[in-house]
Design a protein around this ligand. Structure first.
Ligand code: HEC
Length: 205
């Protein structure tokens, strides 16, 4: 018997749903037995027309999860933040792990303007990150590491501006928003190539 996702979900106690074998004895006439007796694709005669598991995801709920920002800036939310505002965010939310100038740690170094191919151990935003937009994406989703998600859109724009400023990529009066951020060209931009290979028999890396 083929395992249908729906059937598997209601087969309590059945461990090998691919074969129809059960870890518990089945009594004929029970819903389990009737379920197993069906042929692939069939539901038992007494199955409800629909199971009503879960709820349809509303557009609002989907929007809460649909927060990715792509390299070209698609997905950037409304909002804005300046370098000065970002310094205030950084000093509260980031400094403990990344240090006062973004170089001290104890966690990842955020600031480095030396070429990373000359200083491969010193990879940071300034010499390695290819897009300013994905910096927004990453910080919004993952930072501060212990409390991700607490920053407002404006605060993320601001702290991105400040991190870019610390890396000498934008001036001190820079303001980041959905228009200005995609226009920032990162120093390491051309050190990356788009991997558009499809298929092939080469080694998987
Ligand atoms: C509790 C510690 C902690 C705090 C607070 C924190 N970070 Fe991080 N951060 C980390 C760790 C650990 C990593 C490495 C995560 C990994 O490699 O998966 C990281 C990585 C990063 C990176 C990627 C660095 C790279 O190039 O690899 C950025 C950018 C960053 N953090 C920005 C921030 C910003 C901005 C804030 C404040 C809003 C912040 N972090 C707050 C611990 C922290």
């Amino acid at each position: 018997m083929r395992c249908r996702a729906l059937a598997c979900a209601v087969l309590v106690g059945v461990t090998a749903c691919g074969t129809g074998e059960s870890s518990v004895p089945l009594m004929s006439g029970t819903p389990d037995a009737m379920m197993l007796a069906g042929t692939a694709g069939d539901l038992p005669a007494n199955a409800p027309a629909r199971f009503d598991f879960g709820r349809r995801a509303s557009d609002d709920r989907i929007a809460l999860w649909d927060i990715d920002v792509r390299p070209d800036g698609a997905g950037l939310p409304p909002g804005r933040g300046s370098v000065a505002e970002g310094r205030a965010v950084y000093d509260v939310h980031c400094v403990a792990c990344h240090g006062p100038t973004g170089t001290e740690g104890p966690n990842d170094q955020l600031v480095n303007s030396e070429q990373w191919d000359l200083y491969p151990t010193g990879r940071a935003v300034g010499n390695y990150w290819p897009y300013a937009t994905t910096l927004y994406d990453y910080i919004r989703k993952a930072m501060p590491q212990l409390t991700p998600g607490i920053l407002s859109h404006d605060q993320v724009y601001a702290v991105v501006a400040y991190v870019l400023y610390m890396n000498e990529i934008v001036p001190e009066d820079a303001v980041m928003d959905a228009q200005t951020l995609p226009a920032v060209v990162m120093p390491a931009r051309d050190k990356f190539v788009v991997d558009d290979r499809i298929g092939g028999s080469g080694p998987v890396r």
